[in-house]
Design a protein around this ligand. Structure first.
Ligand SMILES: Cc1ncc(COP(=O)(O)O)c(C=O)c1O
Length: 372
């Protein structure tokens, strides 16, 4: 056995001993389990209009965009989706990328230089952390949702510019960022707020327009939002919402945008149809919040800001055991364990779905009450 294989096997053993081994498991859509783990919060990935939108765009434009956006990979379906996203969120413009991950990589890496400080919430998503690395930025991590710490970091900085990175609804903890207060501090200290709305779009704010829109901040040139098309919008892809100036800068400078094939037409068509469904069927947004509240009561945790609920567990082994027990009762739930949790706490992660019917919700509540 080579040194390389020894090294891999030793790491695998360490992971196994610590209860941290991750395994891929394919999920057939016909499985009867009640899904409280996925991020298709509004149930749109299989909505007939969304599927039809994806099919129609694929038939019209092909299975792939065929090139990066700056070469020949910008298609009318991208333009349409960008206009619809900007209208929906209240931002002046949108720029569609191939994933939400790329949206964060693009924004952060293109908006920093050697004279920029990045202040990042301790629970910011991995894509933001990787974005900081890509931009080779000077980064200061601050305690979760601690506006005073953000202010102190911005005030004490030596760099001319600063970015503040937050999620508006946190992907693991499920709580909301104090968006208005952060925006105020950023304005006062000459910093740009980058707000990842991945878990807020479609769920939080007026008609699911997100928390930046709800705070009346979408018009501000010093606020940039990112989102994914792969959660509430039921498709795949990501987008940056911003001023025209920021968009133009990204098109010219964001390497993860420039050197990446444009979003597949089917994903763009699906997301476009999903935005229309959200506007036509506002009851979906209300329902996902009602389901989230019922699950929070069953799990005895605080009301979540959106569709994500976090239930702290004693350790990774307890978390995995709970997930397996729930699966035995027909409930699919997720868990986050170190190193995915910055504070080292293992948590069950449950997600609410608008398409759970009343019987499924009662079953889910009963199973969770018996589990926790
Ligand atoms: C907060 C947050 N930002 C960005 C992403 C990345 O989005 P995508 O899956 O579209 O790459 C995710 C998760 O997938 C996320 O939870």
């Amino acid at each position: 056995m080579s040194n390389f294989e020894d090294w891999l096997r030793a790491q695998a053993q360490e992971r196994e001993n610590a209860g941290l081994t991750r395994r891929l498991r394919s999920r057939h859509p016909s499985e009867p389990a009640i899904d409280l783990a996925g991020n298709d919060y509004l149930g749109l990935s299989r909505h007939p209009r969304v599927v039809a939108g994806a099919v129609a765009a694929t038939v019209e434009y092909g299975a792939g965009a065929g090139a990066s956006r700056l070469v020949t990979g910008t298609l009318p379906i991208h333009d349409e989706l960008e206009r619809a996203l900007a209208d929906f969120s209240g931002f002046p413009t949108a720029l569609v990328c191939s994933t939400g991950y790329h949206a964060n990589l693009s924004v952060v890496s293109a908006l920093v230089d050697a004279d920029t400080l990045v202040v990042s919430d301790a629970h910011a998503h991995a894509s933001m952390i990787d974005a900081c690395r890509l931009g080779r930025a000077h980064v200061q991590v601050v305690a979760h949702n601690d506006v005073a710490a953000v202010d102190a970091a911005l005030m004490a900085r030596k760099q001319a510019r600063a970015l503040v990175l937050v999620e508006t609804i946190y992907s693991v903890l499920g709580d909301a960022a104090p968006v208005s207060e952060l925006a105020e501090v950023c304005a006062a200290r000459g910093a740009v707020l980058v707000a990842d709305e991945a878990h807020a779009i479609g769920v939080a704010g007026v008609g699911g327009r997100g928390l930046v829109h709800a705070a009346g901040l979408a018009h501000r040139a010093d606020i940039v939002a990112t989102l994914t098309l792969s959660k509430s919008l039921g498709a795949q892809g990501g987008a940056v919402l911003s001023s025209r100036t920021v968009r133009e800068h990204l098109v010219n400078r964001a390497r993860p945008f420039i050197y990446d094939t444009g979003l597949a037409p089917g994903a763009a068509g699906g997301a476009l149809a999903a935005l229309e469904v959200i506007e036509d069927e506002p009851a979906r947004v209300e329902r996902v919040n009602l389901v989230a509240s019922a699950l929070a009561v069953a799990c005895r945790v605080d009301m979540p800001a959106g569709a994500v609920l976090a239930v702290p567990m004693g350790g990774p082994l307890e978390a995995v055991a709970a997930v397996e027990k729930a699966a035995g009762s027909g409930l699919r739930i997720g868990c986050f364990r170190p190193p995915s949790t910055p504070d080292g706490i293992s948590r069950l992660r449950l997600t609410a779905h608008a398409h759970l019917d009343d019987l499924e919700l009662v079953t889910a509540v009963e199973v969770l009450e018996g589990l926790l």
